[in-house]
Design a protein around this ligand. Structure first.
Ligand code: NAD
Length: 426
Protein backbone atom coordinates (compact mmCIF):
# COMPACT_ATOMS: atom_id res chain seq x y z
CA UNK A 1 0.00 0.00 0.00
CA UNK A 2 1.22 3.52 -0.81
CA UNK A 3 2.60 5.51 2.13
CA UNK A 4 0.30 8.44 2.92
CA UNK A 5 1.79 11.92 3.17
CA UNK A 6 1.40 12.00 6.95
CA UNK A 7 2.92 8.50 7.29
CA UNK A 8 5.89 9.79 5.29
CA UNK A 9 6.25 12.59 7.86
CA UNK A 10 6.26 10.01 10.67
CA UNK A 11 8.94 8.07 8.83
CA UNK A 12 11.13 11.22 8.65
CA UNK A 13 10.45 11.79 12.36
CA UNK A 14 11.57 8.26 13.28
CA UNK A 15 14.84 8.64 11.38
CA UNK A 16 15.60 12.04 12.87
CA UNK A 17 14.67 10.74 16.34
CA UNK A 18 17.49 8.21 16.06
CA UNK A 19 20.00 10.92 15.20
CA UNK A 20 18.81 13.08 18.11
CA UNK A 21 18.24 10.09 20.43
CA UNK A 22 14.81 11.48 21.30
CA UNK A 23 12.76 10.13 24.17
CA UNK A 24 9.36 8.54 23.54
CA UNK A 25 7.73 11.63 25.06
CA UNK A 26 9.51 13.99 22.67
CA UNK A 27 8.59 11.81 19.69
CA UNK A 28 4.96 11.77 20.85
CA UNK A 29 4.98 15.58 21.05
CA UNK A 30 6.26 15.86 17.48
CA UNK A 31 3.85 13.31 16.00
CA UNK A 32 0.56 15.20 15.97
CA UNK A 33 -0.54 18.77 15.25
CA UNK A 34 -1.62 21.13 18.02
CA UNK A 35 -5.07 21.42 16.41
CA UNK A 36 -6.96 20.17 13.37
CA UNK A 37 -10.02 22.27 12.62
CA UNK A 38 -12.59 20.97 10.14
CA UNK A 39 -15.52 23.08 8.94
CA UNK A 40 -18.11 22.84 6.20
CA UNK A 41 -18.42 25.80 3.85
CA UNK A 42 -21.85 26.27 2.30
CA UNK A 43 -21.53 28.23 -0.94
CA UNK A 44 -24.23 29.19 -3.42
CA UNK A 45 -23.18 28.63 -7.02
CA UNK A 46 -24.22 30.90 -9.87
CA UNK A 47 -27.01 28.50 -10.90
CA UNK A 48 -28.51 28.79 -7.40
CA UNK A 49 -27.29 25.34 -6.26
CA UNK A 50 -25.91 25.26 -2.69
CA UNK A 51 -22.80 23.13 -2.24
CA UNK A 52 -21.17 21.99 1.02
CA UNK A 53 -17.36 21.90 0.85
CA UNK A 54 -15.03 20.38 3.46
CA UNK A 55 -12.51 22.96 4.73
CA UNK A 56 -9.45 22.41 6.88
CA UNK A 57 -6.96 24.39 8.91
CA UNK A 58 -4.32 22.35 10.68
CA UNK A 59 -2.08 24.17 13.17
CA UNK A 60 0.90 21.95 13.70
CA UNK A 61 3.16 24.00 15.96
CA UNK A 62 3.56 27.59 17.16
CA UNK A 63 6.53 26.77 19.37
CA UNK A 64 8.79 29.09 17.34
CA UNK A 65 6.26 31.79 16.34
CA UNK A 66 2.79 32.26 14.84
CA UNK A 67 1.40 29.37 12.79
CA UNK A 68 2.16 29.84 9.08
CA UNK A 69 1.13 28.01 5.93
CA UNK A 70 -0.73 28.10 2.64
CA UNK A 71 -4.31 27.26 1.71
CA UNK A 72 -4.82 24.72 -1.05
CA UNK A 73 -7.95 24.47 -3.24
CA UNK A 74 -7.89 20.94 -4.62
CA UNK A 75 -10.37 18.06 -4.98
CA UNK A 76 -7.98 15.77 -3.11
CA UNK A 77 -7.22 18.19 -0.28
CA UNK A 78 -8.03 16.08 2.78
CA UNK A 79 -7.07 15.90 6.44
CA UNK A 80 -4.11 13.51 6.01
CA UNK A 81 -2.49 15.67 3.35
CA UNK A 82 -3.14 18.96 5.16
CA UNK A 83 -1.71 17.50 8.39
CA UNK A 84 1.44 16.37 6.57
CA UNK A 85 1.87 19.74 4.88
CA UNK A 86 1.36 21.57 8.20
CA UNK A 87 4.13 19.48 9.78
CA UNK A 88 6.43 20.18 6.83
CA UNK A 89 5.79 23.91 7.27
CA UNK A 90 6.91 23.72 10.91
CA UNK A 91 10.07 21.92 9.74
CA UNK A 92 10.70 24.38 6.90
CA UNK A 93 10.40 27.54 9.01
CA UNK A 94 12.79 25.99 11.54
CA UNK A 95 15.30 24.89 8.87
CA UNK A 96 15.55 28.41 7.40
CA UNK A 97 15.43 30.00 10.85
CA UNK A 98 12.42 32.28 10.51
CA UNK A 99 10.30 32.94 13.61
CA UNK A 100 7.14 31.19 12.46
CA UNK A 101 5.53 27.86 13.27
CA UNK A 102 3.75 25.59 10.84
CA UNK A 103 0.15 25.29 9.61
CA UNK A 104 -1.72 24.46 6.43
CA UNK A 105 -5.23 24.85 5.06
CA UNK A 106 -7.32 23.38 2.32
CA UNK A 107 -10.74 23.23 0.75
CA UNK A 108 -11.74 19.97 -0.94
CA UNK A 109 -13.20 21.02 -4.30
CA UNK A 110 -12.08 21.35 -7.90
CA UNK A 111 -11.61 25.07 -8.67
CA UNK A 112 -11.25 24.27 -12.38
CA UNK A 113 -15.03 23.60 -12.41
CA UNK A 114 -15.86 26.89 -10.68
CA UNK A 115 -16.17 30.45 -12.04
CA UNK A 116 -13.98 33.24 -10.67
CA UNK A 117 -16.96 34.69 -8.77
CA UNK A 118 -17.65 31.29 -7.20
CA UNK A 119 -13.98 30.86 -6.21
CA UNK A 120 -14.14 34.28 -4.56
CA UNK A 121 -17.20 33.11 -2.58
CA UNK A 122 -15.31 30.00 -1.42
CA UNK A 123 -12.31 32.12 -0.38
CA UNK A 124 -14.47 34.55 1.61
CA UNK A 125 -16.46 31.70 3.20
CA UNK A 126 -13.17 30.07 4.28
CA UNK A 127 -12.10 33.26 6.06
CA UNK A 128 -15.45 33.70 7.83
CA UNK A 129 -15.27 30.07 9.00
CA UNK A 130 -11.71 30.35 10.36
CA UNK A 131 -11.59 34.06 11.35
CA UNK A 132 -11.27 33.20 15.04
CA UNK A 133 -8.33 30.89 14.38
CA UNK A 134 -6.17 33.07 12.10
CA UNK A 135 -4.63 36.55 12.42
CA UNK A 136 -1.31 38.40 11.95
CA UNK A 137 0.10 37.18 15.27
CA UNK A 138 -1.76 33.90 15.44
CA UNK A 139 -1.84 32.06 12.11
CA UNK A 140 -0.91 33.61 8.76
CA UNK A 141 -2.15 31.87 5.59
CA UNK A 142 -0.64 32.21 2.09
CA UNK A 143 -1.28 30.80 -1.41
CA UNK A 144 -0.67 27.16 -2.27
CA UNK A 145 -1.80 24.86 -5.08
CA UNK A 146 -4.60 26.59 -7.08
CA UNK A 147 -4.72 29.67 -4.86
CA UNK A 148 -2.94 32.89 -5.83
CA UNK A 149 -2.28 36.54 -4.88
CA UNK A 150 -5.74 37.67 -5.98
CA UNK A 151 -7.36 35.07 -3.71
CA UNK A 152 -5.16 36.26 -0.83
CA UNK A 153 -6.37 39.80 -1.42
CA UNK A 154 -10.05 38.66 -1.24
CA UNK A 155 -9.24 36.78 1.95
CA UNK A 156 -7.51 39.75 3.53
CA UNK A 157 -10.48 41.97 2.61
CA UNK A 158 -12.95 39.51 4.16
CA UNK A 159 -10.83 39.17 7.30
CA UNK A 160 -10.67 42.96 7.71
CA UNK A 161 -14.48 43.12 7.34
CA UNK A 162 -14.89 40.50 10.09
CA UNK A 163 -12.52 42.17 12.57
CA UNK A 164 -13.39 45.75 11.56
CA UNK A 165 -9.84 47.09 11.13
CA UNK A 166 -6.93 46.89 8.68
CA UNK A 167 -4.76 43.78 8.99
CA UNK A 168 -2.37 43.62 6.01
CA UNK A 169 -0.07 41.16 7.79
CA UNK A 170 -2.86 38.59 8.23
CA UNK A 171 -2.10 37.01 4.82
CA UNK A 172 1.08 36.81 2.74
CA UNK A 173 1.50 36.23 -0.98
CA UNK A 174 -0.72 39.24 -1.71
CA UNK A 175 -0.38 41.23 -4.96
CA UNK A 176 2.55 43.68 -4.73
CA UNK A 177 0.20 46.66 -5.22
CA UNK A 178 -1.86 45.44 -2.24
CA UNK A 179 0.91 45.00 0.33
CA UNK A 180 2.65 41.96 -1.17
CA UNK A 181 6.43 41.73 -1.37
CA UNK A 182 8.59 42.21 -4.41
CA UNK A 183 10.19 38.90 -5.37
CA UNK A 184 7.52 36.65 -3.78
CA UNK A 185 6.45 35.29 -7.20
CA UNK A 186 9.92 33.90 -7.97
CA UNK A 187 11.03 33.27 -4.36
CA UNK A 188 10.54 29.49 -4.33
CA UNK A 189 12.52 28.94 -7.53
CA UNK A 190 15.19 31.51 -6.58
CA UNK A 191 15.61 29.94 -3.15
CA UNK A 192 15.91 26.44 -4.61
CA UNK A 193 18.60 27.58 -7.03
CA UNK A 194 20.60 29.36 -4.31
CA UNK A 195 20.62 26.04 -2.44
CA UNK A 196 21.45 23.99 -5.55
CA UNK A 197 24.41 26.21 -6.42
CA UNK A 198 25.65 26.21 -2.82
CA UNK A 199 25.58 22.39 -2.96
CA UNK A 200 27.35 22.20 -6.34
CA UNK A 201 30.03 24.63 -5.12
CA UNK A 202 30.62 22.62 -1.93
CA UNK A 203 31.07 19.49 -4.03
CA UNK A 204 33.28 21.19 -6.62
CA UNK A 205 30.70 20.36 -9.27
CA UNK A 206 30.12 23.79 -10.80
CA UNK A 207 31.48 22.64 -14.16
CA UNK A 208 29.79 21.93 -17.44
CA UNK A 209 29.04 18.30 -16.68
CA UNK A 210 26.53 19.28 -14.00
CA UNK A 211 24.30 21.46 -16.11
CA UNK A 212 21.62 19.25 -17.71
CA UNK A 213 18.23 19.71 -16.03
CA UNK A 214 14.88 17.88 -16.37
CA UNK A 215 11.80 19.38 -14.70
CA UNK A 216 8.44 17.79 -13.87
CA UNK A 217 5.74 20.48 -13.67
CA UNK A 218 5.75 23.81 -15.42
CA UNK A 219 3.66 26.07 -13.15
CA UNK A 220 4.87 29.00 -11.08
CA UNK A 221 7.76 27.10 -9.50
CA UNK A 222 8.79 24.92 -12.46
CA UNK A 223 8.74 27.72 -15.04
CA UNK A 224 10.64 30.18 -12.85
CA UNK A 225 13.25 27.55 -12.03
CA UNK A 226 13.68 26.73 -15.74
CA UNK A 227 13.99 30.40 -16.68
CA UNK A 228 16.56 31.27 -14.01
CA UNK A 229 18.61 28.11 -14.59
CA UNK A 230 18.76 28.71 -18.32
CA UNK A 231 19.96 32.27 -17.73
CA UNK A 232 22.69 30.83 -15.49
CA UNK A 233 23.89 28.57 -18.34
CA UNK A 234 22.12 25.30 -17.49
CA UNK A 235 20.52 23.28 -20.30
CA UNK A 236 16.85 22.43 -19.80
CA UNK A 237 16.79 19.03 -21.52
CA UNK A 238 13.20 18.02 -20.66
CA UNK A 239 10.03 19.41 -19.11
CA UNK A 240 6.62 17.87 -18.49
CA UNK A 241 3.13 18.81 -17.34
CA UNK A 242 0.04 16.76 -16.51
CA UNK A 243 -0.39 15.77 -20.20
CA UNK A 244 3.19 14.66 -20.97
CA UNK A 245 6.34 16.51 -22.02
CA UNK A 246 9.20 17.12 -24.41
CA UNK A 247 12.80 15.87 -24.33
CA UNK A 248 15.29 17.95 -26.29
CA UNK A 249 18.92 17.22 -25.34
CA UNK A 250 20.22 20.42 -26.98
CA UNK A 251 17.98 22.46 -24.67
CA UNK A 252 14.47 23.90 -24.51
CA UNK A 253 13.69 27.61 -24.29
CA UNK A 254 11.56 28.05 -21.12
CA UNK A 255 9.99 31.26 -22.48
CA UNK A 256 8.81 29.39 -25.58
CA UNK A 257 7.35 26.58 -23.44
CA UNK A 258 5.66 29.17 -21.24
CA UNK A 259 4.06 30.87 -24.24
CA UNK A 260 2.41 27.55 -25.13
CA UNK A 261 1.24 27.06 -21.52
CA UNK A 262 -0.12 30.62 -21.35
CA UNK A 263 -2.28 29.87 -24.37
CA UNK A 264 -3.86 27.08 -22.29
CA UNK A 265 -2.10 24.38 -24.31
CA UNK A 266 0.07 21.56 -23.01
CA UNK A 267 3.84 21.21 -23.45
CA UNK A 268 3.57 18.44 -26.04
CA UNK A 269 1.82 20.96 -28.31
CA UNK A 270 5.25 22.49 -28.97
CA UNK A 271 5.42 19.68 -31.54
CA UNK A 272 1.99 18.06 -31.74
CA UNK A 273 -1.66 18.83 -32.43
CA UNK A 274 -3.68 16.26 -30.52
CA UNK A 275 -2.06 12.91 -31.22
CA UNK A 276 -0.47 14.06 -34.50
CA UNK A 277 3.13 15.22 -34.12
CA UNK A 278 5.35 17.09 -36.58
CA UNK A 279 7.95 14.38 -37.31
CA UNK A 280 10.19 16.72 -39.36
CA UNK A 281 10.31 19.40 -36.68
CA UNK A 282 11.03 16.76 -34.02
CA UNK A 283 13.80 15.28 -36.17
CA UNK A 284 15.31 18.72 -37.01
CA UNK A 285 15.39 19.59 -33.30
CA UNK A 286 16.58 16.11 -32.25
CA UNK A 287 13.63 16.18 -29.85
CA UNK A 288 11.00 13.66 -28.82
CA UNK A 289 7.64 13.76 -27.11
CA UNK A 290 7.53 11.89 -23.79
CA UNK A 291 4.86 10.62 -21.42
CA UNK A 292 4.47 11.94 -17.89
CA UNK A 293 6.23 8.84 -16.53
CA UNK A 294 9.18 9.11 -19.00
CA UNK A 295 10.43 12.29 -17.28
CA UNK A 296 11.83 10.19 -14.40
CA UNK A 297 14.16 8.25 -16.69
CA UNK A 298 15.59 11.20 -18.65
CA UNK A 299 19.38 11.30 -18.66
CA UNK A 300 20.31 14.52 -16.86
CA UNK A 301 22.42 15.87 -14.02
CA UNK A 302 19.68 17.54 -12.01
CA UNK A 303 16.07 16.36 -11.81
CA UNK A 304 13.55 18.83 -10.40
CA UNK A 305 10.12 17.56 -9.35
CA UNK A 306 7.98 20.73 -9.31
CA UNK A 307 4.43 19.39 -9.49
CA UNK A 308 2.87 16.94 -7.06
CA UNK A 309 3.67 14.96 -3.93
CA UNK A 310 4.50 11.23 -3.90
CA UNK A 311 5.69 11.02 -7.53
CA UNK A 312 9.15 9.43 -7.05
CA UNK A 313 8.22 6.03 -5.72
CA UNK A 314 9.62 2.59 -4.99
CA UNK A 315 8.62 1.67 -8.56
CA UNK A 316 10.35 4.42 -10.55
CA UNK A 317 13.30 5.44 -8.29
CA UNK A 318 15.51 2.81 -9.93
CA UNK A 319 15.04 4.54 -13.30
CA UNK A 320 16.12 8.03 -12.21
CA UNK A 321 19.15 9.03 -14.27
CA UNK A 322 20.11 12.23 -12.43
CA UNK A 323 22.87 12.66 -9.86
CA UNK A 324 20.99 15.34 -7.89
CA UNK A 325 17.25 15.71 -7.18
CA UNK A 326 16.17 19.22 -6.22
CA UNK A 327 12.75 18.91 -4.55
CA UNK A 328 10.74 22.01 -5.37
CA UNK A 329 7.39 20.20 -4.98
CA UNK A 330 6.25 19.34 -1.48
CA UNK A 331 6.85 15.69 -0.58
CA UNK A 332 7.68 14.40 -4.10
CA UNK A 333 9.81 11.46 -2.88
CA UNK A 334 8.28 8.60 -0.88
CA UNK A 335 10.35 7.02 1.94
CA UNK A 336 10.69 3.83 -0.20
CA UNK A 337 12.14 5.89 -3.05
CA UNK A 338 14.46 7.74 -0.67
CA UNK A 339 16.05 4.44 0.38
CA UNK A 340 16.59 3.38 -3.25
CA UNK A 341 18.04 6.75 -4.27
CA UNK A 342 20.39 6.79 -1.29
CA UNK A 343 21.64 3.34 -2.15
CA UNK A 344 22.24 4.45 -5.73
CA UNK A 345 24.22 7.50 -4.55
CA UNK A 346 21.68 10.00 -5.88
CA UNK A 347 21.66 13.09 -3.67
CA UNK A 348 18.25 14.51 -2.74
CA UNK A 349 18.12 18.17 -1.75
CA UNK A 350 14.95 17.93 0.37
CA UNK A 351 11.79 20.02 -0.02
CA UNK A 352 11.99 21.38 3.53
CA UNK A 353 15.20 23.15 2.50
CA UNK A 354 14.91 23.44 -1.29
CA UNK A 355 11.47 25.06 -1.50
CA UNK A 356 11.62 27.15 1.68
CA UNK A 357 12.36 30.34 -0.28
CA UNK A 358 8.61 30.91 -0.64
CA UNK A 359 7.95 31.01 3.09
CA UNK A 360 11.15 32.99 3.70
CA UNK A 361 9.89 35.79 1.44
CA UNK A 362 6.42 35.43 3.03
CA UNK A 363 8.18 36.27 6.29
CA UNK A 364 9.80 39.30 4.62
CA UNK A 365 6.34 40.38 3.41
CA UNK A 366 4.90 40.02 6.93
CA UNK A 367 7.82 42.06 8.35
CA UNK A 368 7.34 44.82 5.75
CA UNK A 369 3.60 44.97 6.54
CA UNK A 370 4.24 45.09 10.28
CA UNK A 371 6.88 47.83 10.00
CA UNK A 372 5.17 49.77 7.21
CA UNK A 373 8.21 49.29 4.96
CA UNK A 374 8.61 48.46 1.27
CA UNK A 375 11.77 46.60 0.26
CA UNK A 376 13.17 46.59 -3.28
CA UNK A 377 13.46 43.41 -5.32
CA UNK A 378 17.26 43.56 -4.89
CA UNK A 379 16.94 43.84 -1.10
CA UNK A 380 14.54 40.87 -0.98
CA UNK A 381 16.83 38.79 -3.18
CA UNK A 382 19.91 39.63 -1.12
CA UNK A 383 18.18 38.62 2.13
CA UNK A 384 16.76 35.48 0.52
CA UNK A 385 20.21 34.43 -0.72
CA UNK A 386 21.70 34.92 2.75
CA UNK A 387 18.85 32.99 4.39
CA UNK A 388 19.02 30.04 2.00
CA UNK A 389 22.82 29.78 1.93
CA UNK A 390 22.99 29.91 5.71
CA UNK A 391 20.33 27.18 6.04
CA UNK A 392 22.10 25.04 3.44
CA UNK A 393 25.42 25.44 5.28
CA UNK A 394 23.84 24.19 8.52
CA UNK A 395 22.12 21.24 6.86
CA UNK A 396 25.19 20.22 4.87
CA UNK A 397 27.48 20.40 7.91
CA UNK A 398 25.04 18.34 10.00
CA UNK A 399 24.72 15.72 7.25
CA UNK A 400 28.52 15.41 7.04
CA UNK A 401 28.90 15.23 10.81
CA UNK A 402 26.23 12.58 11.34
CA UNK A 403 26.91 10.81 8.01
CA UNK A 404 23.23 11.02 7.08
CA UNK A 405 21.21 12.32 4.14
CA UNK A 406 20.46 16.02 3.72
CA UNK A 407 16.79 15.23 4.50
CA UNK A 408 17.59 13.47 7.77
CA UNK A 409 19.95 16.31 8.71
CA UNK A 410 17.32 18.96 7.92
CA UNK A 411 14.67 17.19 10.02
CA UNK A 412 17.12 16.67 12.89
CA UNK A 413 18.00 20.37 12.91
CA UNK A 414 14.33 21.38 12.79
CA UNK A 415 13.17 18.99 15.54
CA UNK A 416 16.07 20.15 17.72
CA UNK A 417 14.94 23.76 17.30
CA UNK A 418 11.27 22.89 17.91
CA UNK A 419 12.02 21.05 21.13
CA UNK A 420 14.34 23.80 22.33
CA UNK A 421 11.76 26.57 21.76
CA UNK A 422 10.01 27.98 24.87
CA UNK A 423 6.66 26.40 23.98
CA UNK A 424 8.25 23.31 22.48
CA UNK A 425 8.12 21.41 25.74
CA UNK A 426 4.38 22.11 26.12
P1 NAD B 1 1.20 25.39 -10.07
O1 NAD B 1 -0.21 25.04 -9.83
O2 NAD B 1 1.55 26.77 -10.55
O3 NAD B 1 1.88 24.37 -11.14
C1 NAD B 1 1.79 22.98 -11.03
C2 NAD B 1 2.33 22.37 -12.30
O4 NAD B 1 2.32 20.95 -12.16
C3 NAD B 1 1.53 22.65 -13.57
O5 NAD B 1 2.43 22.91 -14.63
C4 NAD B 1 0.82 21.34 -13.86
O6 NAD B 1 0.59 21.14 -15.25
C5 NAD B 1 1.83 20.37 -13.36
N1 NAD B 1 1.29 19.04 -13.10
C6 NAD B 1 0.13 18.70 -12.50
N2 NAD B 1 0.01 17.36 -12.52
C7 NAD B 1 1.11 16.85 -13.12
C8 NAD B 1 1.59 15.55 -13.45
N3 NAD B 1 0.86 14.49 -13.15
N4 NAD B 1 2.76 15.43 -14.09
C9 NAD B 1 3.49 16.49 -14.41
N5 NAD B 1 3.10 17.75 -14.11
C10 NAD B 1 1.94 17.93 -13.50
O7 NAD B 1 1.95 25.07 -8.70
P2 NAD B 1 3.33 25.65 -8.16
O8 NAD B 1 3.06 26.83 -7.31
O9 NAD B 1 4.30 25.75 -9.27
O10 NAD B 1 3.73 24.47 -7.16
C11 NAD B 1 4.31 23.28 -7.64
C12 NAD B 1 4.78 22.46 -6.45
O11 NAD B 1 5.72 23.23 -5.70
C13 NAD B 1 3.68 22.04 -5.47
O12 NAD B 1 4.02 20.78 -4.92
C14 NAD B 1 3.77 23.09 -4.39
O13 NAD B 1 3.25 22.64 -3.14
C15 NAD B 1 5.28 23.30 -4.35
N6 NAD B 1 5.65 24.58 -3.76
C16 NAD B 1 5.33 25.74 -4.40
C17 NAD B 1 5.67 26.93 -3.80
C18 NAD B 1 5.37 28.24 -4.47
O14 NAD B 1 5.72 29.28 -3.89
N7 NAD B 1 4.81 28.26 -5.67
C19 NAD B 1 6.33 26.95 -2.56
C20 NAD B 1 6.66 25.75 -1.95
C21 NAD B 1 6.30 24.56 -2.57
Amino acid sequence: MKTSAFEAYHSHLQRAAQILRLSKEDIARLREPDRSIIKTLVVERENGEKVSLPAYRVQFSNARGPYKGGIRFHPEAGLDEVKALSAEMAIKTAVVGIPFGGAKGGVGFDPKGYSKKEIEKVARAYVRAFAEDIGPDKDIPAPDVYTNPEIMQWMRDEYEKVIGRPAPAAFTGKPVEAGGSEGRDTATADGAIFVLEAYLKKKGLMDSTTKRVAIQGFGNAGFNAARVLRNLGYTIVAVSDSKGGVHKPSGLDPEEVNRVKEEGRSITELYCKGSVCDAKKLSDDHANVITGEDIFGISCDIFIPAALGGVITGENAARVEASVILEIANGPTTPEADAILEERGIVVIPDVLANAGGVAVSYFEWLQNKKGEVWSKEEVRKRLKETMEHAFGEVFARAEKEKVSLRDAAYAIAFGKLLAAPLGKK
